[in-house]
Design a protein around this ligand. Structure first.
Ligand code: NAP
Length: 336
């Protein structure tokens, strides 16, 4: 799919961006160009050490801010596919600095859409999060707005054959700032802070996230929000898996935090279809023939009222499976 194509990843130096870059080079050795778009020159410098031009002549590092539409237009010249992963993603930082979060997550989404429409980009996949579903914090609300912008962009593209779709998933195991590296670090202090004993989260590996983005790039017809079927874990099980002997210190729920995360609400169920490995929420008025889409993908409508919630999920990680996953995906030298 990507051989001979140019792909630009906003937020290419982040956890997902780096995993995508690795996947693209290993799966599509004939890729024309991979452009990493982000702000911090130091992160780009470090990533460039892993991808020396002598071995990766197709890689480019482009400094820029998604708040700057003109810079995006410049970066998108000759680009076929855009993966929009740049975001402010820390819930508490967004609560404290709302203007900054709005500028990056909403303004950035608008700029990516406008720049893609002004250039010859054919396909844009934007990253969402479970926190965008029935949001209670600003991060989630900005990502919901971003999702709406990308879905609606398909309505204003006219005869431009570009497609916009969204990929929504839950906590990425071991990603920057996530709970598992945090607990592994805190274990050294002899106790683990825990906000609430009932808390659950969806769990996806970085490779799972990469696979979903690739699925969206290959199969989106435009306007879908793709959601993976993934297990949940109890935060108490994560604590047991990492430090079974450490006492837990209850520190109370943080601003903007939910006990359980949701990826599909009962209200979304009216537009949600089961694709087998994934669910998809379709636009209420898709710009394709619904019946054609459903028969092409053998998609089945979920029951009205269905919701997909980390607390009522049927699929759970256990302490043992978590330990195996931590060794596989977070820290190969992990020991209890
Ligand atoms: N990690 C998770 O658990 C998780 C779960 C669900 C969804 N997501 C979503 O997945 C996406 C990627 O997450 P991640 O974990 O890879 O994030 P990350 O590791 O924090 O990386 C964020 C990337 O975005 C760049 N960035 C931030 N602000 C920018 C701006 N204004 N302009 C240009 N680049 C900017 C950062 O580089 P600079 O700072 O150098 O600009 C970095 O490359 C995000 O959209 C996030 O909302 C993540």
């Amino acid at each position: 799919m990507l051989n001979n194509k140019t792909i630009l990843i906003t937020g290419g130096t982040g956890s997902l961006g780096k995993a995508l870059t690795k996947h693209i080079f290993s799966t599509y050795p004939l890729v024309k160009k991979v452009i990493i778009f982000s702000r911090d020159e130091q992160k780009q410098f470090q990533m460039a050490q892993e991808y020396p031009l002598s071995n990766y002549p197709q890689i480019r590092f482009f400094l820029g801010d998604v708040r700057d539409e003109q810079r995006l237009v410049r970066a998108f010249q000759g680009v076929d596919y855009v993966i929009h992963a740049a975001a402010m993603k820390h819930v508490h930082l967004a609560e404290y600095n709302p203007d900054e979060c709005i500028k990056t997550n909403i303004g950035g989404a608008q700029n990516v859409i406008h720049a893609a429409m002004q250039t010859n980009v054919k396909n844009v996949v934007a990253l969402s999060t479970d926190k965008a579903c029935a949001p209670i914090n600003l991060y989630g609300a900005t990502k919901l707005t971003s999702d709406k912008l990308f879905v609606a962009a398909n309505n204003i593209k006219g005869f431009n054959p570009i497609k916009f779709s969204v990929v929504r998933y839950g906590n990425v195991m071991g990603s920057n700032g996530s709970v598992i590296p945090f607990f592994i670090n805190k274990k050294k202090e002899g106790k683990l802070p825990i906000t609430n004993m009932s808390m659950t989260r969806f769990n996806i590996s970085l490779q799972g996230g990469v696979d979903m983005v690739m699925h969206a790039m290959e199969h989106a017809w435009g306007g879908e929000i793709f959601i993976p079927k993934i297990p949940s874990y109890r935060i108490t099980d994560v604590a047991k898996a990492i430090a079974p002997d450490c006492p837990l210190e209850i520190v109370g729920i943080r601003p903007g935090e939910k006990i359980h995360e949701e990826m599909i609400t009962a209200s979304d169920s009216f537009y949600t279809y089961d694709l087998g490995k994934y669910y998809t929420i379709l636009p209420s008025v898709p710009n394709f023939k619904l019946q054609e889409y459903l028969s092409h993908f053998n998609a089945k409508k979920v029951e009205d009222g269905f919701n997909y919630n980390s607390g009522s999920n049927e699929d759970w990680e256990t302490v043992d499976t978590l330990r195996t996953l931590i060794t596989e995906h977070v820290d190969a030298n992990f020991e209890v």
